[in-house]
Design a protein around this ligand. Structure first.
Ligand code: IMP
Length: 431
């Protein structure tokens, strides 16, 4: 199997973790390339549920190498807890099967403070509804060239030098702009120096490792976090995360060129969800939205927040497919739609009386778009134990085939629940 990027094709929480976990059986290396512990990838194995925040979902597979690329941001305290939890659950998570890019940036306490303070101070349109993990501020520092990298974290001298040059300025911002208490150098330094010691052995030149491995014929799966519509450049800005959640991020976030990637697999729910603020044209308010939320367990794996629920939006999906080169789709959670008399799919937007067939690049237009729906007949049967696509009720099959037509992307698989075996394959990934 060649090298593949797996990304969320909506606003995150599509169930990427379970699909990556599945495909990773057939690859050698699984590489996360962006985001940080704003992500929460839930994987169910037997009766066990594992939630991963930094670690690639492939860490749960024996004999694989997991990689955290340079595009990821790391909260070392959280990462260490995650590693401890995995080991306690009987999984291997040491420097033999996990490599962390020495170029990845580190989330510092002031990043979290700034993120939380800003969100609590903002009102109305200024509020993004972030996860409060410091993601925006750490990427800001990266772009402003005042970031602290993993290579600094594991070298006390470098950590001291970088932190002392950055903290004064960040403290001024915290104190005088956000009205918070300044943070103490020695507290941060001693905490982070200790993290650095514990994590030192994981440090790796990830770009060299991946390129060398690909040249040797090894197969790499690049694992995206969040989703295409939360991408900093191509998402619904400013209601996005601060990293490159698109497939292009796999290259900049690992140091592997686009010529070495063979396929992009998009993951989408059979409906749509969004957490936090921002336009969501096919959002369903009221009872039906609540019904979907309950049936789908739509509460965040990281923050526990209720997710906003809506119908599948084929306009947004076509846009995601175009900007990410998605040539295969996996549709998750089809079972959640069982019992609806009719299921809607958004097939266009109406903006000031005009019909738009394409996803607008201007957020001021997007926020005033009204969805145009097509109704598809639903099915009543519980489909959660179906094992073959052909055994699904005819209306469920019609629904999937209609999504394929509307998005223009071949459907590779449909999942009917969280556990590993609840998946139906419709096509080969590479043919
Ligand atoms: P941040 O990434 O914490 O800065 O949050 C920015 C936006 O991205 C907010 O709307 C979050 O709810 C959303 N977001 C961040 N990570 C995830 C995720 O893993 N799933 C879904 N939404 C996310």
């Amino acid at each position: 199997m060649p090298n593949i990027v797996v990304i969320g094709a909506q606003w995150g929480d599509e169930g990427k973790g379970r699909i990556v976990d599945l495909i990773s059986e057939n690859v050698d290396i699984i590489a996360r390339y962006q985001g940080g512990n704003n992500a929460g990838h839930t994987i169910v194995i037997g009766k066990e549920k594992v939630v991963l925040h930094h670690l690639p979902s492939g860490i749960l597979r024996d004999g694989k190498i997991s990689v955290i690329g340079n595009g990821v941001v790391i909260d070392p305290g959280v990462l260490l807890e995650e590693l401890k939890g995995l080991r306690a659950a009987g999984y291997r998570a040491d420097s033999g099967n996990l490599k962390i890019s020495d170029r990845a940036h580190v989330i510092m306490p002031y990043h979290r403070e700034i993120d939380i303070a800003r969100e609590s101070l903002s009102r109305g349109n200024g509020k993004i509804g972030t996860t409060g993990r410091g993601i925006g501020p750490v990427y800001e520092d990266k772009a402003a060239r005042r970031g602290i990298k993993f290579s600094d974290l594991i070298d006390p001298e470098s950590l001291r030098e970088r932190l002392s040059s950055v903290l004064e300025e960040r403290n001024m911002y915290l104190e005088h702009v956000l009205g918070r208490k300044p943070l103490k150098f020695e507290d941060i330094f001693s905490e982070y120096e200790a993290y650095g010691k514990e994590l030192k052995d994981f440090s790796c030149d990830v770009s060299s490792l991946l390129n060398r491995s690909i040249s040797e014929g090894k197969r790499v799966l690049f694992e995206g976090a969040q989703g295409a519509l939360l991408d900093i450049d191509l998402g619904t800005y400013p209601f996005v995360t601060s990293s490159s959640a698109s497939s292009g991020g796999a290259c900049t976030g690992t140091g592997v060129s686009p010529t070495r990637i063979d396929l992009v697999l998009g993951i989408a729910k059979a409906y749509a969800t969004r957490v936090g603020e921002g336009p969501f044209p096919s959002e369903i308010e009221g009872e039906t939205g609540e019904r979907l939320r309950k049936a789908g367990g739509e509460y965040g794996a990281t923050t526990g927040r209720s997710r906003r629920c809506g119908w599948f939006d084929s306009v947004a999906l076509r846009y995601a497919a175009m900007t990410n080169g998605i040539s295969r789709l996996a549709i998750t959670k089809l079972d959640v739609l069982s019992g609806f008399d009719a299921i809607k799919v958004c097939v266009g937007y109406r903006y000031r009386g005009k019909l738009l067939g394409e996803f607008p690049s201007n957020i001021n237009i997007l926020k005033d778009c009204e969805p145009v729906y097509e109704e598809i007949e639903g099915w009543k049967e519980d489909i959660s134990s179906v094992t073959d696509f052909g055994e699904l009720p005819a209306h469920a099959r019609n629904y999937i085939r209609r999504l394929e037509q509307l998005t223009g992307v071949t459907i590779y698989a449909v999942s009917l629940g969280a556990s590993r075996e609840k998946i139906l394959f419709l096509s080969d990934l590479f043919q």
